[in-house]
Design a protein around this ligand. Structure first.
Ligand code: FEO
Ligand code: CA
Ligand code: CA
Ligand code: CA
Length: 631
């Protein structure tokens, strides 16, 4: 079916006057748009003329993708293509620090045990080589499920229970080694470290020391305890790990209400999901009004030094950070792309003031403290899903970010970056999740996972890269910066894929021409390139397998050829999991994939089977012939 579609489309090739790409008019998708009652839109599969693989547009079977597609699954297992093998590397609760006990199924272990064990809900991760056969993995532990963490399922939280929950959060760093039977983690390695919601760290950059960051425990506004809701990640060329604080609001409460406009914009409630504020006063905003301002940042960690102090880099703005996609622009400045994952929030980039110097590791450690934060505005002609865009500077005194408009200084612009983005007219997006930069041609991709409010809520019109109302499926936007310079201030964009269900819908909700009944998915979230230029897509969507999602099964990993547009399913996860967290060994012969929260809303016994408790787990995937993953 895919082949027929693409062949039909190839007859409709239209070369546009664009320095971005030749655009293939995906005729089938345009019909889907029009049948859906939308204005006549073109929906485009773009081919990049800079790529060597441009010929793939006339040979729709991708040369990049060499594996056999995996069908959808509703089974309680992790499935990879024929010829591949997947093994659990580490699961929530496995001991990594000296003296930590083994995981115990009954949920009765105290906080002191969890502090030495791998945290819960594995998410973004990065691979830091020590040698050919040894490495460190730095892994986010995004949150925890009280139903699984406690025998009482969270109904009777003691102060120690709150400490245990805090210890299940944060980041785990641990050594792994390659053995004859694959990768294993090294318990009690000198490198192993747990960073939790109570680890001491520093605030650095333009907001550090501001009055809005001072608390009764910290009169400097520079010393903070902990990181949490560490969603996805990034890594720098100077060997550090970036962990992103996402839904931090869920840990704070303002009992009795009366939230100010800032607290409202960042989603602080009267009560909180995790209930920490009842035994830990710093999470009660009536007692510590500024504590929540100290979360929502990107944190830089040196994984090679387990005694190093993590640094919260305030120059990258405060919002619900998803990941941090780092690239070096041609002029040597470091560029970090950043999504704010909430319906109608924004997409940002940060450009460092100083240049990356491969010979000066010490200087690089401060690069993320000085620079300019920008937010994106996407332009499009009515009815088009491609166009131009610009990066708008978030600097005090510019673009209306003045004292009269409520921003007293640059610290406040950073602390309330969401509100600054609104003032400058940023585009509201369908939940920006991960951003990834194609290492072969600098084109940037971002998953816009879904947005049920699109077209219904004020300020979220159906327009530009967010082209569907009540968008349950999501899309991936991509852009090429002016002069192919990632530090540039303007870009051209299109949509790489619009997810949908062509067996249920015949209109625009069927998805773009590169979606068919054999590769369909919903809610793209994790995203990354391997060294070969394959684009990896991970989903965090509905696994109901019913209605709009019929035939999609459990969450999945897909691999795309960015040039031909082909998307092929690589893996499926167990019941009620999200697949998130992706990193490769440098030889590209192992991919590590995170299985987050199996069993969260439906019964699972992954990975151990039987009647065991489901546990978030990192899988190490290799080819049986030892070949390059995905090729
Ligand atoms: Fe933690 Fe937006 O995903
Ligand atoms: Ca995510
Ligand atoms: Ca998600
Ligand atoms: Ca998740």
């Amino acid at each position: 079916m895919k082949k027929d579609l693409l062949q039909a489309d190839s007859a409709l090739h239209t070369e546009l006057d664009s320095d971005f790409s030749k655009i293939i008019d995906a005729g089938m998708s345009r019909r889907r748009f029009m049948q859906g009652g939308a204005t006549a839109m073109g929906l485009f599969l773009a081919a990049n003329p800079l790529s060597k693989a441009v010929a793939a547009t006339t040979h729709p079977d991708s040369k990049l993708l060499g594996f056999t597609k995996v069908p959808t699954s509703t089974a309680d297992t992790f499935i990879v293509p024929d010829g591949y093998v997947a093994k659990p590397l580490i699961s929530w609760g496995d001991p990594i620090l000296k003296g930590a006990p083994a995981f115990n199924e009954n949920g009765m272990q105290p906080a002191s045990a969890q502090t030495g064990q791998f945290g819960d809900n594995t998410d973004g991760m990065s691979f830091f080589p020590l040698s050919d056969d040894r490495a460190l993995l730095a892994v986010n532990n995004e949150y925890t499920n009280y139903k699984l963490l406690f025998e009482h399922q969270g109904k009777a939280l003691s102060a120690d229970d709150v400490k245990k929950a805090q210890a299940a959060h944060g980041v785990s760093v641990f050594e792994i080694k390659r053995t004859s039977s694959g990768w294993e983690y090294v318990a009690e390695s000198q490198y192993n470290r747990r960073i939790t919601a109570n680890t001491e760290m520093m605030l650095t950059g333009p907001a550090a020391g501001d009055a809005l960051l001072k608390t009764s425990a910290d009169s400097t506004g520079k010393k903070v305890f902990g990181t949490m809701n560490n969603c996805s990640n990034g890594e720098t060329p100077w060997g550090t790990y970036l962990t992103c604080e996402e839904n931090f609001n869920g840990y704070f409460a303002k009992p009795g209400g009366g939230q100010d406009v800032h607290q409202q914009r960042y989603g602080i409630g009267d009560d909180s999901k995790y209930q920490w504020y009842k035994s830990d006063a710093r999470f009660d905003l009536n007692k510590e009004p500024n504590e929540a301002n100290r979360f929502g940042w990107v944190v830089e960690i040196d994984p090679m030094d387990p005694t190093s102090t993590p640094m919260k880099r305030t120059a990258l703005g405060r919002f619900k950070h998803e990941n941090a996609a780092v690239t070096i622009a041609d002029n040597g400045h470091v560029v970090v792309y950043l999504g704010d994952d909430e319906r109608g929030e924004h997409l940002y980039k940060f450009v460092t003031k100083n240049k990356y110097n491969p010979a000066d590791k010490a200087a690089n450690r401060h690069l993320l403290d000085e620079g300019t934060l920008y937010v994106s505005r996407f332009n499009a002609q009515p009815g088009e899903v491609k166009g131009s865009g610009e990066w708008i500077e978030l600097t005090h005194g510019k673009n209306g970010l003045t004292t009269e408009n409520g921003f007293n200084n640059q610290a406040e612009v950073m602390i309330f970056a969401r509100e600054a983005a609104t003032v400058v007219g940023a585009t509201t997006m369908d939940r920006p999740e991960w951003v990834a930069v194609n290492p072969h041609n600098n084109t940037v991709y971002c998953t816009l996972t879904n947005n049920k409010h699109r077209g219904k809520k004020a300020g979220q019109p159906v327009i530009g890269p967010n082209p569907r109302a009540e968008n349950h499926y999501g899309q991936i936007v991509r852009w090429k910066e002016a002069n192919n310079d990632n530090a540039a201030l303007s870009f051209k964009w299109d949509l790489f894929v619009v997810a949908g269900n062509p067996t249920v819908h015949k209109d625009f909700y069927a998805g773009s021409a590169n979606i068919n009944d054999e590769n369909m998915f919903n809610s793209p979230d994790g995203l990354g390139f391997d060294n070969g230029g394959r684009l990896w897509i991970m989903t965090d969507g509905s696994y109901s397998n019913k209605g709009d999602f019929a035939g999609m099964g459990n969450n999945q990993v897909l691999v795309a050829d960015p040039d031909s547009g082909e998307i092929r399913r690589f893996a499926t996860g167990p019941i009620a999991c999200e697949l998130t967290g992706l990193t490769f060994s440098p030889d590209q012969r192992t991919v590590f994939i995170g299985v987050q929260h199996p069993g969260e809303k439906a019964e699972s016994h992954f990975p151990a089977g039987g009647n065991s408790k489901p546990r978030s787990t990192i899988m190490a995937v290799q080819r049986k012939d030892g070949g390059i993953i995905g090729a």
